[in-house]
Design a protein around this ligand. Structure first.
Ligand SMILES: Cc1cc2nc3c(=O)[nH]c(=O)nc-3n(C[C@H](O)[C@H](O)[C@H](O)COP(=O)(O)O)c2cc1C
Length: 403
């Protein structure tokens, strides 16, 4: 179609016996209408020649960091930027290990580190290499960072062993690539406001009432939504996290400031993801000067802060609303109550009574509560939870009949 950019899939081929199957994968992807470019490791060129892929794709094939390609002066960066999806199939144990460590000593691994595109890996190797603790740890680490794995199959392997390690069927890999290509743009054209972090409610110029929210989940959601094509505004309380790439960040301190920042923008957004831990109360009075140790008040009077989510839910023209419920007991019933009371479309609930989960940690176990029911997810990294939330958000925005 004229004017529409063709989706580019970068196919990484590594040095395994299944490299010949990449030729079929390239054809399957081209049949689906993708522009396909191939990058190979040096070892891969011993199994299949670059000429084969060049002929299949009608594109130059990249295999070295040091090649002279006048059209692409910094080839690993241009490859990384061109890719809408990067699929590595077959993926050796070696490349899994290198990417897990962030090593970048050839063109393929350098492009993997440089790309912002989703990465799909289809491992293929001897069963003992696959089952080795080192490989499994590397796979877990990459999965936590959002890499999608198309698991190898069980069967007879090229080496004569029998077990898991055989490359997944080409069609299954192509389907996974398609799913990621769709995901990569499923929030395009949407404006999403995410709140994150905890607020700080001043007692005097140096002290405040705060909470343990790190902001990690909200930042991960903002990053994920931006990667998937949304325009994202992140309103955050104080955190130590760096601004996500391509996201407008508004930094606030107090609940009142967060309230103002959200309300100012609420009319222009399609969805609000309210992951911030907004203080329910603030000191009724803020001392002008630092309260002296000797003049400690016996009590601090508190007043209620505005309820941002409830206010958004009460609007006639409300955006799609995703609320969060960090609970220490009755997680499901509290979340269901929040869903109804604040007219949310989805409440992400979690149990913060376990110190290993929730605030400040990198992983969490959450439940998605909607009018249709409750769905508990397994323990996942916050990055992967952000992806799951964005999946639901895309569905809510796609088919939502928001009153
Ligand atoms: C005949 C042969 C077949 C191989 N098959 C595989 C394989 O299927 N999977 C794998 O992880 N390594 C396999 N290896 C080992 C890799 O080629 C080796 O680890 C190499 O360093 C990988 O380089 P690369 O990861 O940069 O492509 C094979 C080696 C040989 C000689």
């Amino acid at each position: 179609m004229s004017g529409e950019r063709t989706t580019t899939v970068l196919v990484g081929v590594t040095g395994g016996i299944a490299a010949y199957k990449s030729c079929e994968l390239v054809r399957a992807l081209m049949k689906r209408g993708y522009r396909v470019k191939v990058v190979m490791t040096d070892a891969a060129t011993r199994f299949v020649t670059p000429l084969t892929f060049r002929t299949l794709t009608n594109e130059p094939v990249a295999a070295s960091l040091w090649e002279d390609d006048p059209s692409a002066p910094v080839h690993h960066i241009s490859l990384a930027e061109e890719a809408d999806v990067f699929v590595i199939a077959p993926c050796t144990a070696n490349v899994i290990a290198k990417i897990a460590q962030g090593r970048a000593d050839d063109l393929l691994t350098t492009a993997a580190l440089a790309t912002e595109a989703p990465i799909v890996m289809a491992p293929a190797m001897n069963v003992h290499m696959w089952r080795d603790e080192a490989t499994q740890e590397n796979v877990d680490r990459l999965r936590d960072r959002g890499v999608v794995f198309v698991e190898p199959e069980s069967g007879e392997l090229a080496c004569g062993d029998v077990g898991e390690g055989r490359l997944a069927p080409v069609e299954a890999i192509a389907e996974a690539v398609m799913a990621e290509a769709e995901r990569a743009q499923d929030l395009a054209g949407r404006h999403i406001l995410v709140t994150a972090g905890g607020t700080q409610e001043p007692i005097d110029p140096v002290r405040y009432i705060g909470n343990r929210s790190s902001g990690k989940t909200g930042f991960a959601i903002a990053d994920e939504a931006a990667r998937r094509g949304a325009r994202v505004t992140l309103v955050t309380g104080p955190t130590h996290l760096a601004d996500p790439f391509g996201v407008e960040v508004v930094r606030v301190q107090t609940a009142l400031q967060m309230h103002a920042a959200v309300m100012e923008r609420a009319e222009d957004v399609d969805a609000v993801v309210a992951s911030a831990a907004v203080a329910d109360f603030r000191p009724a009075e803020v001392a002008r000067g630092k309260i002296k140790k000797t003049a400690a008040p016996e009590a601090i009077a508190l007043v209620r802060n505005p309820d941002i989510l409830a206010e958004l839910g009460a609007r006639q023209e409300r955006p799609v609303l995703v609320g969060f419920a960090a609970e220490t007991s009755d997680v499901e019933s509290n979340a269901r109550h929040k869903l109804e009371a604040k007219r949310c479309d989805l409440v992400v609930a979690n149990d913060v009574s376990d110190p290993a989960l929730g605030f400040g940690t990198d992983a969490n176990r959450v439940a998605f509560v909607t009018r249709d029911g409750v769905e508990w997810l397994p323990m996942l990294s916050k990055r992967v939870i952000a992806r799951e939330i964005a999946d639901r958000l895309a569905r809510l925005l796609g088919g939502a009949d928001v009153e």
